[in-house]
Design a protein around this ligand. Structure first.
Ligand code: NAP
Length: 279
């Protein structure tokens, strides 16, 4: 009885303080615990099947938790001890003054012209791609550019979106070739030689504050170094922050142009403008 009450208290204290978007980390940790308890049951009953399957689930859950913790800049041991602290949301009126007068915008036609002159193009998908369900039109743009002889690749951050593998699943759904999906490390090697980057509904995973500002909640999180490419095109609806709630200096970088709007219609307009350039 004491164990049951203790477990309920532990479960509640572990899960209640966690923000919705941090749930995937907790879920992978709980799956891992379930695996470990199956292993211990296996030892109790002398059941090798339970020991093997439980160890497999326990170990893979722990590995996934570690990968996610690293990519989200969370303390792995803190998570193991039940202390998942979501970043402080710092949405504020300062955001407006941070960006004021420093944003460059472009039309779909201007973006199409930039793409026409680019040989190597990276596409960075983020949470906004999932919200907009723009993967099909993104595939259309990818095919158009590839047919035109350009090298197009997808730079995928391990925690882009809201669950592990979120972007890979969206892109696989529309049959993007697997060899065009590049990991964080592969992308960061390619980005300095990339002519244009299209950031589609991503924010935190391309935020240079993670490299530069020690007191930022995302400081130390590995990011995609899109600012090392020649031109950065950012598609999002507004200047609203991402999950971490912080401003993004990428948006005021001299290389960056913003195209404001929902990702799906914006990408459709770019596709249309690109096709018109070619006739
Ligand atoms: P993000 O930082 O949350 O930014 C997403 C951006 O998408 C927002 O700034 C938003 O701006 C834009 N957006 C939303 N709807 C859109 C639409 N319909 N069309 C166009 N843009 C849209 O996303 P991220 O760069 O992918 O980073 C993921 C974040 O989630 C990281 O901080 C990560 O730590 C966290 N996280 C990830 C996981 C995981 O397992 N993947 C789990 C938990 C937490 P607008 O509102 O201005 O459009």
């Amino acid at each position: 009885m004491l164990v049951l009450i203790g477990s309920i208290i532990l479960g509640l204290t572990l899960t209640l303080p966690i923000g919705g978007a941090d749930m995937p980390v907790l879920i992978s940790l709980l799956i891992s615990y379930a695996g470990l308890s199956a292993t211990s049951l296996g030892f109790t009953f002398g059941n090798y099947g339970l020991i093997m399957v439980g160890s497999l689930v326990g170990a893979s859950g722990l590995i996934l938790t570690r990968i996610m913790a690293k990519a989200m800049n969370r303390d792995f041991w803190g998570i193991l001890l039940g202390n998942i602290t979501p970043p402080e949301i710092t949405k504020s009126s300062d955001d407006r003054s941070f960006y004021e007068g420093k944003i460059k915008t472009a039309s779909a036609e201007e973006v199409a012209s930039i793409l026409e002159f680019s040989k190597t193009i990276a596409i960075v998908p983020g949470y906004g791609l999932a919200v907009s369900q723009a993967q099909q039109v993104l595939k259309e743009l990818y095919e158009l550019l590839t047919k035109d002889g350009k090298f197009v690749y997808f730079a995928i951050h391990p925690v882009a979106g809201r669950m592990p593998g979120h972007m890979n699943v969206l892109l696989a759904e529309v049959d993007i070739p697997y060899d065009r999906m590049k990991t964080l490390e592969e992308s960061n090697e390619l980005l300095p030689q990339t002519d244009a980057v299209i950031v589609v509904g991503a924010n935190d995973v391309v935020n240079p504050l993670a490299r530069e500002k020690e007191d930022s909640p995302i400081y130390g999180m590995p990011i995609l170094d899109v600012d090392k490419a020649k031109v950065v095109i950012v598609i999002k609806r507004s200047l609203a922050p991402g999950f971490a709630g912080v401003v993004n200096p990428l948006f005021i970088n001299e290389k960056t142009i913003m195209v404001f709007g929902d990702a799906k219609p914006v990408l459709s307009e770019i596709v249309k403008a690109y096709k018109e350039l070619k006739v």
